[in-house]
Write a protein that binds this ligand. Sequence first.
Ligand code: ZN
Length: 412
Amino acid sequence: MKFVVIIPDGAADAPQASLGGRTPFQAARTPALDALAARGRVGLTNHVPDSLPPGSEVACMSLLGYDPLAFFTGRAPLEAAAQGITLGPRDWAVRCNLVTVREGVMEDFTAGHVTTAEATDLLAAAQAGLARDFPGLAATWRFVPGVSYRNLLLYRGAEGGDSPAPLAGDLQATPPHDLMDKPVAGAIPRGTGSRMLAEVMAASAAWLDGHPVNAARVAAGKRPATHVWLWGAGRAPAFEPFMTKYGPRAAMITGVDLLRGLAALAGWKRLDVPGATGYLDTDYAAKGRYAIDELSRSDLVCVHVEAPDEASHQGDAAAKVKALEEIDAKIVAPIAAHLAGLGDHRILVCPDHPTFLSTKTHSRGPVPFLMSGTGIAAGGRTAYDEPTAAAAGDAILPGWKLMGEFLGTRSA
Ligand SMILES: [Zn+2]
């Protein structure tokens, strides 16, 4: 059996006045999805437990078949995995943004999209500052450059001997993108280890102030990176490998680090597709071609497309509709045609979470799923959208059980 999973990120939405009272799924012309719906099963699921943040890191973990309530530990460990960093059982990863805070206000959570080369220099200065001001921490804590403003601070427990980990699961910190144009004074971390993180964040102002990179940015009229902002801390999730848990050998196609990290932790192959940008300009057709090609090697291929989520963040209903039409024509249609010639196969389509055009942000709540193929009985629906899925009266809950149901393994 060959399996294909397609994740239109953030695609689920509410009816839009600008779309004549239809949702983007309803408004988009999606003949390939509708044909699959007519032959298969349409219903609702929910990938975001009430107690967890409604983001791709939680929802996509659920979509891949892992219970976020059991396995979600934070965002940073997923990004470490995406970078090929393996965390030991005593290690922690903390997300480290370079940000611009001026007069106590979060002016920019990206520090003006600081370049990777600039970030690398600034984090070297931060590491030197850490060694100078916090000599007790410098042996076990390391700033690790990532891409642009998205970096990591790693705690390597084994290097610190037998001392207890300085952070614990009760640690909470605010993502800097939730603080835009707001005062940061009340948003310092809370819980075990929070004081140390807050002290490092405060001290970073002096480490970065006057750094040649910042001086050059200011001279060029760009925003300086004034602080490191620490959040998203966690240990590596203890995933059972996907092949052991579910059977198929799987591969991921995505333009997004978080999804690459999840796939790495699950033991999936990751494919780099030229032109897969993670934005609205992504090369849809290339993703479809690579997926079809990979089906000759892997049992399951997942295509994740970030574009619908990006369109929602911009509040652009027309762009969201366009993204869904591109997914239908350039990914779903060619893959469905290819699968039809392969013998036993199944295809699953499901967004990770709604991203509402009205709020321009991720939300919790139900999302429509569609599964079609060998052994899946037709449910009598002829479209794939939120109202149709709700009317079908078919629900798979909690969302992480969708994968087992789709694969026919019903893993507990
Ligand atoms: Zn998402």
